[in-house]
Design a protein around this ligand. Structure first.
Ligand code: SF4
Length: 402
């Protein structure tokens, strides 16, 4: 029996196995048993303020919907269903996942889609991280990028920023203070009228190729199969600064032949990407929420480009032999709409990318549905993931070197 997990107004959690909860997969419905797994270690429960829990018997007064936030390595299959009270606030930018109780244990609607030691939760002894940051930044005091990733390590707990100081795995190289998109759920800059704080503050300066290259070279000197990645959560669109990135790549490759040079981008500027590839870029991860122009435009609100430019960049990177991943911002009811799956598989059959990272989109579900529309025919997130694999494309959540 799938039972209800809910909260009282104070956020205390309760289980009622006599009530069957409803979930939202674009259409409100009961969850299927095989869409549910025990909540994995690292899951975080959250009350949804002003949102009454919804069951097969209707909405419950004084009982608020509970959601879970999944740890890295999992893909969300359903969002919670609820009835919104008047004046309920817009929810902050988190990945709200349907949660329920089975045999007195918390379950979530999710699927394990990747494994990586480097992305397990991290715990630092008192002062340990600060000492690492201090030792490294004092060795290169004028490097503003180093100061930025130190801030991101300390304030946001960013793994790729911390890797710069831990000298392991994938290291962050943020580049651009500006962006040519206005994503509804942007994590580095929210428009004032949303009333929401962005989880990170966007960098405020234009980095130099020297600053970037110094960090890249230092990292690859110490991490044989390391990754250095331009394009991070704390910035805008890196391709707006492709000349600087190309110059940084040349400086890094003049000093180091090992490791992988990667770029995370919205893929908007194909000529800029070509410039980086000519300089030695080896891998690229292109972010998108949809393969349908209207749903893409409704979320990204692009300035001076369109989905076709993004798809052209992906084609170029595959043609040039790069390791190409797509950072698919997934949301039940959008990613698994029949039309979306058809558009996605048609593209993947034509353009064989290496991997799709099924990223849980962090946004208030109703805000997102208002922006891109509810589905005509949601087929279920597992069907969407099976379609990716059916197109012989790997599914994962992290950038791997091999
Ligand atoms: S592309 Fe990135 S930086 Fe630009 S608006 Fe979207 S989320 Fe923000």
């Amino acid at each position: 029996m799938i039972g209800l997990a809910y909260c009282d107004r104070a956020g205390r959690i309760y289980y009622d196995e006599g009530l069957e909860p409803l979930a939202d997969g674009g259409i409100v419905r009961p969850a299927l048993r095989d869409e549910l797994i025990p909540a994995p270690p690292g899951s975080v429960e959250m009350i949804l303020p002003g949102r009454r829990a919804l069951t097969t018997h209707g909405a419950l007064r004084g009982k608020y919907a509970l959601a879970a936030m999944l740890p890295a390595g999992y893909t969300r299959l359903l969002v919670p269903a609820y009835e919104k009270e008047a004046n309920a606030p817009t929810l902050p930018l988190f990945g709200y996942t349907f949660a329920c109780v089975i045999d007195d244990e918390l379950y979530v609607a999710a699927m394990k889609t990747d494994e990586s030691e480097d992305w397990q939760p991290r715990y630092f002894a008192d002062g340990e991280l600060e000492a690492l940051l201090e030792r490294r930044t004092s060795a290169d005091p004028g490097n503003r990028v180093l100061a930025q990733v130190a801030l991101c390590s300390r304030e946001y707990g960013c793994f790729t920023a911390q890797n710069v100081f831990l000298e392991r795995g994938e290291a962050a190289l943020p580049v651009s203070p500006k962006c040519n998109a206005r994503c509804v759920g942007c994590i580095s800059e929210q428009e004032p009228e949303t009333g929401l704080a962005s989880p990170q503050t966007r960098i405020a300066f234009e980095t130099t190729a020297d600053e970037l290259a110094r960090i890249g070279i230092h990292h690859l000197e110490r991490v044989e199969d390391g990754i250095v990645s331009f394009g991070q959560g704390c910035e805008g669109e890196p391709l707006l600064r492709s000349i600087v990135i190309a110059s940084a790549i040349e400086k890094i490759r003049a000093a180091r032949a090992n490791g992988t040079i990667n770029l995370n981008t919205n893929g908007s500027m194909t000529r800029g990407l070509e410039r980086c590839i000519d300089a030695g870029l080896q891998a690229v991860r292109v972010s998108l929420n949809s393969f349908r122009p209207h749903a893409y435009a409704a979320y990204y609100r692009p300035i001076g480009y369109a989905l076709d430019d993004v798809l052209a960049s992906i084609r170029l990177a595959v043609k040039r032999g790069l390791r190409v991943s797509l950072n698919l911002l997934t949301h039940p009811g959008v990613t698994d709409d029949a039309e979306e799956i058809a558009a996605m598989t048609a593209f993947l059959r034509e353009v064989p990318v290496t991997m799709i990272q099924t990223r849980t989109l962090n946004i208030d579900p109703e805000w997102y549905f208002d922006a891109v529309g509810r589905p005509r025919e949601p087929l279920g997130m597992r069907t969407a993931i099976a379609a990716i694999r059916g197109a012989r494309v790997a599914v994962g959540n992290f950038t791997h070197t091999h």
